[in-house]
Design a binder for this molecule. Structure first.
Ligand SMILES: Cc1ncc(COP(=O)(O)O)c(C=O)c1O
Length: 425
């Protein structure tokens, strides 16, 4: 996780002529100072206790909002904003002149992603979103008619529909009804049989907040002779994960939630042993070795998971994601997890005092950054709207209120949440 740096971001723009101060507008001055702050944050690490206020200072939205909605769409980090602004200005001013540098920065994001996951570089594909990462396995797996895939019925649609879409190929998608208890793993396994090829589960449930231990899941799934797909979007950035030791086979996550990146720039992981099992889908110029030799009539796919990248990348998006990954890499993930759990615990305590019903399983092994709750007799959407008017951002999912704080939230945010909630009662 430490091999990431944003030296690339700096050098990309140091290679340009220094801007004339006369013509440097406020926006550019702000961007420059944000990039400098980002470098300072990285350099100041890691001795001593994490400085959460420094992380908060990198989150522009924190000035205005008590933002408790990272499970939906997180606010963009300041470094991501400035990196995207700098890139878009470069693209507008110079067209493709600096394209090789953009490409180098995208490769930097691949390295950052591999470091974040404990994966090898050749196991990472940079994808448009979680759905695309799930589909590259769902569509590329060597299914035989009569095979099945097992998942929970309360999964986010992107982790259900691609599997159900295999019905036309004779593959059954088995949906296990969760009870919200620890016994759910047994129920999941009970749904598996000798024709189960893949079990696909969200690391953290978007509408339950239930967190699974990926290593425990993988061990159980492997004991049934199946492979584990982990939809990691609600866990990555908050909880530590090492896919190689955990035994995860496939993983996908977009960067717009806990990774504080923009929408539409995501990460997929395919364990090296499985790369050649999957029929590569979405092939294009950027899937093949010698990708810049456009006139070559013969081709072979890249030996790495980059074969799934197909065509032109979302350059601005990945440059933004890279800046947020660099920011988060300045903090120990275990410390982020502890802080987020601490905040969600305090939210739950306060909610119970207000006679709210906390629906999420808050046992230590299942607690996550997502808490669902109900206010008896109150309309969740009305409560959400009142909170928003008071500057507090939460969601409603499956008829329940959902709060999802990040490590940069502070006590003032919590006070604002409870004050606003009291006002609404
Ligand atoms: C568990 C889970 N998977 C996937 C997604 C989003 O998928 P995508 O990145 O394809 O938009 C969400 C969004 O809320 C989610 O909660």
């Amino acid at each position: 996780m430490t091999d990431v740096s944003i030296a690339g971001e700096r050098s990309a723009y140091e290679s340009r002529p220094p801007p004339d101060d006369e013509v440097m507008d406020d926006q550019e001055r702000t961007m420059k100072s944000m990039v400098t702050q980002q470098i300072t944050t990285r350099a100041a690490r890691p001795a001593g206790a994490p400085r959460w206020s420094a992380l908060r200072a990198q989150m522009p939205a924190a000035k205005q909002w008590a933002y408790f909605d990272h499970a939906a769409v997180a606010p963009l980090s300041g470094p991501a904003r400035s990196a995207i602004q700098l890139w878009s200005r470069d693209a507008a001013d110079n067209g493709d002149v600096h394209w090789p540098e953009w490409s180098r920065r995208i490769e930097q994001v691949r390295r950052q992603s591999a470091a974040l996951l404990g994966a090898q570089l050749d196991e990472i594909a940079l994808v448009p979103n979680t759905t695309a990462g799930i589909n590259l396995v769902a569509e590329g797996f060597p299914w035989q008619a009569g095979d099945n895939v097992v998942t929970f019925s309360d999964e986010f649609p992107s982790n259900r529909i691609p599997w159900q879409n295999l019905a036309a190929r004779g593959v059954e998608c088995r949906l296990v009804e969760p009870t919200g208890t620890a016994a759910d793993l047994d129920r999941l396994l009970a749904a598996c049989d000798t024709r189960t090829r893949i079990v696909s589960v969200s690391w953290v449930g978007y509408a339950s907040g239930r967190r699974w231990d990926p290593a425990r899941l993988a061990e159980a799934v492997h004991s049934r002779g199946a492979l584990l797909f982990l939809d990691a979007i609600q866990g990555l950035g908050v909880f530590p994960l090492d896919v190689s030791t955990a035994g995860v086979d496939f993983l996908a996550a977009d960067g717009h939630k806990w990774l504080l990146g923009p929408e539409g720039a995501g990460i997929a992981y395919v364990r090296r042993d499985h790369l050649d099992k999957l029929r590569p889908i979405g092939l294009g110029w950027n899937s093949v070795a010698d990708e810049h030799d456009f006139s070559r009539p013969t081709w072979r796919v890249k030996p790495s998971a980059a074969r799934y990248e197909g065509g032109t990348m979302n350059t601005g998006g990945f440059i933004g994601l890279g800046a947020s990954l660099a920011l988060l890499a300045g903090y120990d993930t275990t410390a982020i997890a502890e802080r987020v759990i601490n905040y969600t615990e305090r939210l739950c305590e306060g909610l119970r005092k207000l006679d709210a019903v906390v629906v999420s399983d808050r046992s230590p092994s299942a607690a996550s950054g997502i808490v669902l709750f109900e206010m008896p007799g109150r309309s969740p959407s009305m409560v959400r709207r009142s909170l928003l008017e008071a500057g507090v951002v939460v969601s409603v999912r499956t008829g329940k209120l959902r709060v999802s704080p990040h490590a940069y939230n502070n006590d003032a945010d919590l006070d604002r949440f409870f004050d606003a909630l009291l006002e609404t009662t």
